[in-house]
Design a protein around this ligand. Structure first.
Ligand code: SF4
Ligand code: FES
Length: 256
């Protein structure tokens, strides 16, 4: 197959780059460096950005052009890895999925670490308690014997039963927006329950009873006060509170 090309005259002007209307914004970051001070402090950065860029781009600009010590996590930059959850204008969001134009750039944009987890530096928190709760609910398929010779079959209807909770990217936006978790770091938190739900309602899994017993404990699902903060915070649109309610119901009825 050949590709047609159109010859340009030698003196043709290069195609104009699309124009970008940059605006001046203030990014107000909660900075903390335990090697410098035991206290955190707000620091303002004035930068120019295309409003269609994201808060993550603004943080990159600050780090790469103004202050290389600014510390935050990010990896994929496309809403998949879950590493850049932070409080932006007082609400948990992924920095890579938050457009500047959508968060009123006329006012300072506040960026601070998610709540309820120990801040290590600037926007980086200690995620270990979060991941420990995740590990505690055994987020893997449990089966006893009956090794299949081919794949484990499942109907589309049975797969649909837990489809919503398969979307979790473990960003912690839900857990760190939960007032119960803020006040009691022992609470498993919404994300762990979401990931337990993903396996409890999987027709191929046989560990549902074990997981339910774990979530029946003092720091389990009964701590949930149904404030819906978790559902509002989830960047994947998972109905987190509904999933928690379904686990509660399964604990009462033992049907799942
Ligand atoms: S349920 Fe949503 S908010 Fe919570 S960890 Fe998973 S993706 Fe993040
Ligand atoms: S950087 Fe991966 S989700 Fe934002």
């Amino acid at each position: 197959m050949s590709t047609a090309t159109v010859d340009q005259p030698a003196d043709a002007a290069p195609a104009a780059a699309p124009s970008v209307d940059r605006i001046a914004i203030t990014v107000r970051v909660r900075r903390f460096n335990p090697e410098v001070s035991a206290e955190s402090a707000w620091v303002d950065y004035q930068i120019e950005m295309d409003p269609k860029e994201r808060v993550l781009d603004a943080l990159h600009k600050i780090k790469w052009e103004i202050d290389g010590t600014l510390t935050f996590r990010r990896s994929c930059a496309h809403g998949i890895c879950g590493s850049d959850a932070m409080r932006i204008n007082g609400r948990n969001r992924l920095a890579c999925k938050t457009l500047i134009k959508d968060i009123n750039p006329d006012k300072p944009i506040t960026v601070e670490p998610i709540k309820g987890l120990t801040v290590l530096k600037d926007l980086v928190v200690d995620m270990e308690p979060f991941f420990q709760a995740y590990r505690d609910v055994m987020p893997f398929l449990i089966t006893t014997g009956n090794e299949p010779t081919r794949e484990r079959r499942q109907s589309a209807k049975d797969r649909e039963r837990f489809d919503d909770t398969t979307k979790c990217i473990l960003c912690a936006a839900c857990t760190s927006s939960c007032p119960v978790f803020w006040n009691d770091g022992q609470y498993f938190g919404p994300a762990a329950i979401v990931n337990a739900h993903r396996f409890i309602f999987d027709s191929r899994d046989e560990g549902g009873e074990q997981r339910l017993e774990i979530l029946n404990e003092q720091e389990g699902v009964w701590r949930c006060r149904t404030t819906f903060n978790c559902t509002d915070a989830c960047p994947r649109g998972i109905e987190v509170t509904k999933a928690i309610q379904e686990v509660k119901r399964a604990l009462i009825t033992r049907r799942f």
